[in-house]
Write a protein that binds this ligand. Structure first.
Ligand SMILES: Nc1ncnc2c1ncn2[C@@H]1O[C@H](COP(=O)(O)OP(=O)(O)O)[C@@H](O)[C@H]1O
Ligand SMILES: [Mg+2]
Length: 236
């Protein structure tokens, strides 16, 4: 299988304050990790273990303090802000706990937004956004605004928006954290379906139960990988 992500000894420290009074906190302590295209990986760990920090590095929202990162056979370790913004917008789709949709904006307009930034023509934007919303089961909600949708439906819109650029990687940070259990199950099913269609998915969660939906489970504690194994109970 084709390699997508290779992290080698990633460290991340945050510096708070300035000068002599500054305090450095190391959050990731040498994380090494390979992920191939088509994988479905859950990264699970307690609150504060460094999951979101790791996800931000994987998704080019932040950079590591030390270590090397290869993505899609390119060394991205020393990418500058512009290069990071470019690869992030073209190759990664994000799904967050809080949906992060624009209020007072229809599902269709939320989903087509990444294409606006890419300079895609209006006709194609609408066509592709409609297609993405159909794929997540929202063909009857195209003109609904976030406050006219349930939590589960809002998360579907966010997933459609993450898919619209046809990214190499979908990153989801606690995607079911704001949902009731029925909606959470539906979102989990949707991720399974997307992986079945060949999407590479990395899902971050504090919940061992949610992590069970992935084919591979990586456990993180205090900024280090504790275990990395194939999920025996995983069913296609
Ligand atoms: N921007 C930041 N500045 C300083 N410390 C941070 C920052 N982001 C996260 N941290 C710290 O890093 C640790 C890991 O945070 P995070 O990656 O958000 O964990 P998780 O997602 O597993 O709950 C926490 O102790 C948190 O306080
Ligand atoms: Mg987090």
């Amino acid at each position: 299988m084709e390699s997508l992500i290779q992290l080698n000894n990633i460290e991340k420290s945050y510096v708070m304050g300035e000068g002599e009074r500054s305090v450095t906190t190391q959050v990731l302590h040498g994380v090494s990790l390979n992920i191939n295209q088509g994988e479905f990986v859950a990264i699970v760990g307690q609150s504060g273990s460094g999951k979101s920090t790791l996800m931000h590095i994987l998704g080019f929202l932040d950079t590591a303090t030390r270590g090397a990162y290869q993505f899609d056979n390119r060394d991205v370790t020393n990418y500058d802000e512009d290069e990071l913004a470019d690869i992030r917008s073209r190759k990664v789709g994000f799904v967050f706990q809080a949906f992060n949709l624009l209020p007072r904006t229809t599902a269709l307009d939320n989903v087509r937004l990444p294409l606006v930034y890419q300079g895609v023509g209006m006709g194609e934007q609408k066509e592709r956004a409609t297609e993405a919303l159909i794929r997540v089961g929202l063909e009857n909600r195209l003109t609904h605004k976030p406050n006219e949708l349930s939590g589960g439906q809002q998360q579907r819109v966010a997933i459609a928006r993450a898919l619209i650029t046809n990214p190499l990687l979908i990153l989801a940070d606690e995607p079911t954290g704001n949902l009731d259990s029925k909606s959470a199950d539906e979102i989990i099913e949707l991720f399974r379906k997307l992986n079945g269609e060949g999407r590479t998915i990395v899902l971050v969660t504090h919940s061992l139960e949610v992590a069970q939906i992935a084919k591979r489970i990586i456990t993180i504690k205090d900024g280090q990988i504790l275990s990395d194994h194939i999920n025996e109970s995983w069913k296609s």
